[in-house]
Design a protein around this ligand. Structure first.
Ligand SMILES: [Zn+2]
Ligand SMILES: [Zn+2]
Length: 305
């Protein structure tokens, strides 16, 4: 394993970007099934295969439990207007406490997860999280919202996060893109989540543009390249990668805040997925831990490694 630093930032940064949309909302009917397929595919060439295959099944369950759930309601005009005035995300996370559909999503996902072959530690965590009462579950939800997971209960919170992803992807999917406005740099304009990773896309009309991928709702929002996702600096940006892995995943480092975030090149591999490829590139995280940069964003699957 060797480190490779680019002296000149991101040589393809100019790209042939036309006018990328401000954001792309998630489609929960395809998001999780595609991610599950990608995890199985990545498992074929990975020494993390058993874990990636387990995750693939869990993500497939995120897809399968959605059948016959009622369509979420869009925020009303007053909520949208208030979000615009205060430059806040459109979705109010505080509403989850009384949301019956969210409660159904949790119950269904935990029940589906129980049928999946999994490591012993994951089985124990699932048993604990399934047995949690309303208040305990709500406390875990609030912890996930802080973007920091307690070291002694990471697996429990990964199950909670998985249910939240389904809930928020569904809420995000019915929004009108035209009602979105930017919020703080590096925060999801839909739900206020942190990016799990960022992605250079190959979409027609947006080829070469970079999007942040929300760790919570799955919205992709446009973010210019060669700019730190964590502090907004455009100075001191560098790139590192593990040689011989095709250049699909790199670490974008920032000398201003000493942070780094992961950037995926979906334009080189259209199947690349912000969560699946993040997990499968654990070796890059392990390499970066030897250096001076701390990883930003929120990447629950990697929290336990
Ligand atoms: Zn979001
Ligand atoms: Zn920075």
């Amino acid at each position: 394993m060797s480190r490779k630093s680019a002296v000149v930032p991101d040589p393809t940064a100019i790209g042939n970007v036309a006018s990328p949309p401000f954001a792309r909302l998630p489609d929960p009917a395809s998001l999780f099934s595609a991610r599950s397929g990608r995890l199985h595919q990545l498992a074929e060439a990975s020494n993390l295969a058993p874990y990636l295959n387990f995750l693939a099944e869990l993500v497939q369950a995120q897809n399968d439990i959605q059948s016959d759930l009622p369509l979420p309601e869009s925020p009303d005009a007053e909520t949208i207007a208030r979000a615009h005035v205060f430059e806040m995300p459109l979705l109010d996370r505080g509403k989850i406490g009384g949301d019956k559909v969210a409660s159904t999503i949790f119950d269904r996902l935990f029940a589906a997860a129980a049928t999946i072959d999994k490591p012993v530690a994951a089985a124990k965590a699932l048993a604990r999280v399934t047995a949690a009462d309303r208040a305990e579950r709500f406390a875990m939800v609030q912890t996930v919202f802080t973007n920091r997971l307690p070291a002694d209960a990471i697996a429990e919170h990964v199950f909670v996060w998985s249910a939240l992803q389904v809930h928020f992807a569904r809420l995000a999917s019915v929004l009108d893109l035209a009602t979105l406005v930017p919020v703080a740099d590096g925060l999801c304009p839909v739900c206020g989540g942190l990016p799990v990773s960022t992605m250079v896309v190959g979409w027609p009309g947006s080829h070469g543009a970079r999007f942040c991928s929300c760790s919570l709702c799955g919205t992709l929002w446009h973010y210019v390249r060669v700019k730190c996702v964590l502090c907004g600096s455009t100075k001191g940006i560098g790139y590192q990668e593990i040689e011989g892995q095709g250049g699909i995943v790199k670490a974008e480092t920032c000398d201003e805040c000493h942070g780094w975030s992961k950037i995926l090149y979906q334009n080189k591999d259209p199947a690349a997925d912000p969560v699946a490829d993040d997990m499968a590139s654990l070796s890059l995280d392990l390499l970066m831990r030897e250096g001076p940069y701390h990883r930003g964003g929120f990447s629950p699957l990697l929290a336990g490694f």
